[in-house]
Design a protein around this ligand. Sequence first.
Ligand SMILES: Nc1ncnc2c1ncn2[C@@H]1O[C@H](COP(=O)(O)OP(=O)(O)OP(=O)(O)O)[C@@H](O)[C@H]1O
Ligand SMILES: [Mg+2]
Length: 260
Amino acid sequence: MLVRLVDVVKEFNTGRGRLRALDGITLDVRDGEFLAVVGPSGCGKSTLLSIIAGLEAPTSGSVAFLGEQRAQTRTAMVWQDTRLLPWRVVDRNVGLGPEFRGRPEEERRGIVQRFLRKMRLEGFEQFFPRQLSGGMQQRAGIARALANDPEVLLMDEPFAHLDALNRRLMQLELLQVWEQTGKTVVYVTHSIEEAVLLSDRVVVLTAGPGRIKDFVDIDLPRPRSAETLAHPGFQAATARIWQLLEGEARRAEARLLNRE
Ligand SMILES: Nc1ncnc2c1ncn2[C@@H]1O[C@H](COP(=O)(O)OP(=O)(O)OP(=O)(O)O)[C@@H](O)[C@H]1O
Ligand SMILES: [Mg+2]
């Protein structure tokens, strides 16, 4: 166990009173695992990542990391909208973490070069984010996260904006990077297929307030590749997750309609 959440509840104050986003989440993130989180829109997936990252405090319940350090120094986030600083070139975006921590220039250069190479961005050091394709921007976002040397990489629908072909390429690249680095990953996605292709275990959340509906172990062989998509176990796992999610998705949808 690397991170343990016990009975985590998160409520927000809104114009319509208090809103419960997460309700009684008890979850161990295991060291080195690739954990996917799926659930209907608004069920609290991003909130869950923010709580693990220490960006939000739970209203009640606890989040504990193995060891003493704080969440902020042990996690790094990759966002859907990359959140690269538009006025900084790639090299200076990726070096942000080491720079904030006051690492000497030479060390910072080494770290940046290593992760730019790993994410296949050599030659683009001096490009601004807007000069990169969507896939390359995401690669820079992942390089920036890895440059912080986090134990847990938190990813919030990182490839949702990419076209289907690039999304597939990025998924396969992420699998390689994960295998090379041995990081623990918590990966939020709307895509059942993506969750099954990438992860060791999928946690399925209910329609908001998010509770844990079930866990599904993904026992497909590693290393995974595009061939994994044709594995009979792949079909079985996606069918199982859909079975768990369908009712929740309908509930979330109905709730939205009633609000309008
Ligand atoms: N800072 C906030 N203040 C008030 N309400 C919030 C805040 N952050 C999230 N919420 C609400 O909490 C609920 C869960 O939001 P969250 O963004 O975690 O869901 P999500 O599962 O990530 O959704 P999506 O799939 O659309 O990204 C939603 O109803 C949202 O409106
Ligand atoms: Mg979200």
